[in-house]
Design a protein around this ligand. Structure first.
Ligand code: ZN
Ligand code: MG
Ligand code: ZN
Length: 482
């Protein structure tokens, strides 16, 4: 058996075994006028618990997501893609947007280029307003999959052109680079089609609150919106997710035939890829603040269905037990409050050739961790491109992976290091949280669901009868065996 045959039979068998859950049932009994789909990218059940305890201990209050899971209908969602038990964000967002699994790396398209119809297209055809809001570039995978169709999620300049054709009512996030003629490789001005169609086009964070038009393209950063931890503690100029999301809701709220809005907390994933527990925590807390505001909106807006879901876990970060009877675990986890900058922010401060003293000072300032000489040398070498960490093949994202490694805790009896250990810098396969919350939309509890189910629950809620064409994993793999 050659490698391709092995991959084909191995993958097909592994994925086939969990397929029967698909389109199992619908917990949505009533009809919705509006749907708000709030996705957390790269958010695992372990992340849920870490943030839950952190909030209760440090702010004296439960998270809104706890209320959501206790009062809404909630469960776990399996996330595998068409040809892998581990999904990427583009395949995951496609299942939500189209009800079909595809191969990782594409957006609402099969490997032969055949395009799928998205929920935003279906909503638009019903005369509903549509929108996407994200802390990533608006053309990045998770928001893009609800609008664009492409075999390659990285083709964001093409994706921006598809945005210009589709013309959602609301697009708010980062991502100037895909629209700006001075940055695009073809020199096209992708803001122009929006200006020509009466959109408010905004690139300045301070203008966000004063947008008054009912159509908006707001790209508020050249690339992704800066991490919440850097906005909060380092003065990075950035909107909060709550500000962007509630502006989107405010604009769409006036839509006579209702709206479908996808909001994404897109950078929990980015922090977890870097094994950056501090940045991840603040992304989750910012998402939770947004969730609270959305639940409040739903409470006072009859007929609005809120769907919350993660697309997959990232990094495999887990909080481990510390001390006699694990009694020190929670105190040690509170050390996360010593983290006051993201790893990328720290790397920028370190520059290209930092001295031992600079490394120690910058790391102490940002994490309250005292590095020894051996750790400093490891980090200096990594910055110079000479990676010197055990099991380095497993940690391709350098030199940040070395930074994560030197900050990592040692043993379960070590009271000086944050007790979060990551298993990988990649996505993980585990089931993730999902929940429904609505006012005037009846729902019933659900247990283990498939990510494709959420599409059908949206179409059920909107009274749309539609299914996209299906492709088998065997067929999809044929495109990669040549
Ligand atoms: Zn993702
Ligand atoms: Mg994303
Ligand atoms: Zn990711």
């Amino acid at each position: 058996m050659n490698r391709n045959q092995f991959l084909k039979t191995g993958l097909a068998a592994g994925i086939g075994a969990v397929l029967p859950l698909q389109k199992s049932f619908s917990p949505v009994i009533g009809r919705a006028k509006n749907i708000i789909f709030f996705s957390y990218d790269g958010f695992s059940w372990e992340d849920f618990s870490a943030a839950q305890h952190y909030s209760r201990r440090n702010f004296g209050k439960p998270l809104h997501i706890e209320k959501l899971f206790k009062t809404g209908s909630a469960g776990s969602m399996q996330s595998h893609s068409l040809t892998s038990m581990v999904t990427d964000s583009s395949a995951a967002t496609t299942t939500w947007a189209t009800g079909r699994k595809i191969v990782n790396g594409a957006l609402s398209a099969y490997p032969d280029g055949e395009e799928l119809t998205t929920i935003l297209e279906l909503a638009k055809a019903k005369g509903m307003a549509t929108g996407v809001v994200s802390t990533t570039r608006v053309t990045h995978a998770t928001p893009a999959g609800w609008i664009a169709k492409h075999v390659n999620r990285r083709a964001e300049e093409d994706i921006a052109e598809q945005f210009a054709q589709f013309k959602a009512d609301v697009m708010i996030g980062g991502g100037i680079e895909a629209f700006d003629r001075n940055i695009r490789s073809d020199g096209k001005d992708l803001y122009k089609p929006f200006v020509d169609h009466g959109y408010d086009v905004v690139k300045d964070v301070s203008k966000l609150s004063s947008i008054s038009s009912d159509k908006v393209l707001a790209t508020l950063h050249e690339s992704h919106i800066p991490f919440e931890i850097d906005r909060r503690f380092r003065g990075e100029e950035a909107p909060t997710l709550r500000e962007m999301a509630m502006k989107g809701v405010e604009i769409l709220d006036g839509s006579e035939r209702g709206f479908v809005l996808h909001i994404e907390s897109g950078r929990i994933d980015h922090a977890n890829h870097r094994n950056d527990a501090g940045a991840a925590m603040w992304e989750i807390l910012a998402a939770d603040e947004t969730l609270g505001a959305l639940m409040e909106y739903v409470d006072k807006t009859p007929g609005t269905l809120l769907i919350m879901s993660s697309d997959h876990g990232t990094g495999g970060g887990s909080v481990y037990g510390v001390g006699e009877r694990y009694r020190a675990s929670s105190d040690i986890h509170d050390l996360i409050s010593n983290r006051t900058a993201s790893f990328p922010w720290i790397m920028v401060q370190l520059g290209e050739n930092p001295s031992e003293k600079q490394v120690q000072e910058i790391l102490y300032d940002a994490t309250k961790t005292e590095l020894n000489t051996r750790q400093v040398i490891m980090l200096q070498k990594a910055i110079a491109g000479e990676i010197d960490m055990p099991d380095q093949a497993a940690y391709p994202r350098q030199p940040i992976a070395t930074l994560a490694y030197v900050l990592k805790g040692g043993t379960n009896d070590d009271p000086s290091h944050l007790n979060v250990n990551y298993g990988t810098t990649q996505h993980t396969a585990g089931a993730v949280p999902a929940a429904l919350y609505g006012n005037g939309v009846e729902t019933k509890p659900f247990g283990l669901i498939d990510n494709t189910d959420l599409f059908y629950w949206m179409t059920d809620a909107l009274g749309i009868d539609f299914q996209n064409k299906e492709m088998s994993s065997e067929k999809a793999l044929e495109f990669y065996s040549g």
